[in-house]
Design a protein around this ligand. Structure first.
Ligand code: DAH
Length: 354
């Protein structure tokens, strides 16, 4: 039995040497040390031994098992180390390689322009307020002096949610909302008259329009409203001249042309000298030297009165401009759809100011 053990040990160790993978040495372990392995088989024969021999052989079996397990352990460690080194080599990072550039976005040109315009009016003492895009028929039309069935509604057909609720066609309803809120506040405070107002209100508006190079069913406007005692048309002109010079250049002139809006009286179309030719006449301004920049006028007495401002005490002016049109002019963009398509190639031109 001793010989059997010695030769098993010899044989097992010799057999282990050439094994070249974790899988192979595991098979080896099963073969020699496993439950059905060769060492176990020898152990089973121990019952036949004498009482004196049994502990001696038992010790020997343990020694052989230890020796085989040790040899196995060393081999296993070798393979595990090799495997780990291999993985580390594969996962190595070359820190000297150049990094991948992160592409940095930019503020949308329409928002850049709105922010510039806000800055100009903040400098003139205006505050910026916003109104809802889903608006009551009342604020969008009736409070703006466009009763139901008024022909002016034809120019501003829109998307209706219900009879009385629609996607606003203009930012003008913010005028009625702000005046209404101020006069309610004054009543609550027991003031005889509401406070004066100086606000602009940027935001999106909607119209039932076919989309083409110069039209979109959704676009942006900026509304302006000033209400106080003794507000005159010269205040309107001076304010808009200051605005136009800041946005288009110091040499710009403005002129007022008579026009019609239901919520202003008198109403005017405001032109600025053409940014392209400086007023001499070119293709951009169709030879006139002037370009229309916005609609404006003196707030209609009915609009003041409906919102709780006494038109015999207060007067005001209002204006509304299209943001896309102003941006197209400012940046030389010819198709309005460019603003909405999120084409990075176009947007990349507006990175300068983040
Ligand atoms: N709301 C008008 C529009 O969408 C623009 C406008 C014109 C606004 C004159 C005004 C104004 O406040 O006074 O066509």
């Amino acid at each position: 039995m001793r010989e059997q053990l010695y030769s098993l040990k010899e044989q097992a160790l010799t057999d282990l040497q050439p094994q070249d993978s974790l899988q192979a040495i595991n098979d080896w372990k099963v073969k020699y040390l496993g439950k059905k392995g060769e060492l176990t088989a020898i152990l089973r024969g121990m019952g036949a031994l004498s009482a004196e021999e049994r502990p001696v052989v038992g010790q020997l079996v343990n020694d052989v098992r230890d020796a085989l397990e040790l040899a196995y352990g060393e081999k296993e460690a070798e393979f595990k180390k090799a495997e780990r080194n291999k993985r580390l080599a594969e996962e190595a990072i070359d820190v000297s390689l150049p990094g991948r550039a992160i592409s940095v976005g930019s503020e949308h040109p329409l928002n850049q322009l709105i922010r510039d315009i806000e800055d100009i009016f903040l400098g003139l003492g205006f505050t910026v307020v916003e109104g809802p895009e889903v608006e009551y028929d009342y604020f969008n039309f009736e409070a703006m002096n466009v009763p139901k069935n008024h022909p002016a509604r034809d120019m501003q057909d829109t998307f209706y949610i219900t009879e009385e609720l629609l996607m606003r066609t203009q930012t003008s309803p913010v005028q009625a909302r702000v005046m209404g809120a101020k006069s309610a506040e004054a009543r609550a405070n027991g003031q005889e008259h509401p406070d004066p107002i100086r606000i602009i209100s940027p935001g999106r508006v909607y119209r039932r329009d076919d989309d083409d190079a110069t039209h979109s069913h959704a676009f942006m406007q900026i509304e302006g409203l000033v209400v106080d005692r003794n507000i005159r048309m010269s205040d309107l002109k001076g304010t808009l001249l200051t605005f136009a010079r800041q946005i288009f250049g110091e040499s710009v002139q403005v002129r007022l042309r008579p026009s019609y809006f239901p919520f202003t009286e008198p109403s005017t179309e405001v032109d600025a000298t053409c940014h392209n030719c400086g007023g001499t006449g070119c293709r951009t301004c169709k030879g006139t030297g002037w370009i229309e920049i916005l609609g404006a006028g003196m707030v209609h007495p009915s609009v003041l009165e409906l919102a709780g401002y006494d038109p015999t005490v207060f007067s005001g002016f209002a204006f509304g401009m299209g943001v896309e049109r102003t941006a197209m002019r400012r940046y030389g963009i010819e198709d309005i759809r460019g603003f909405y398509q999120n084409d990075v190639r176009l947007m990349q031109n507006f990175k300068s100011r983040m």
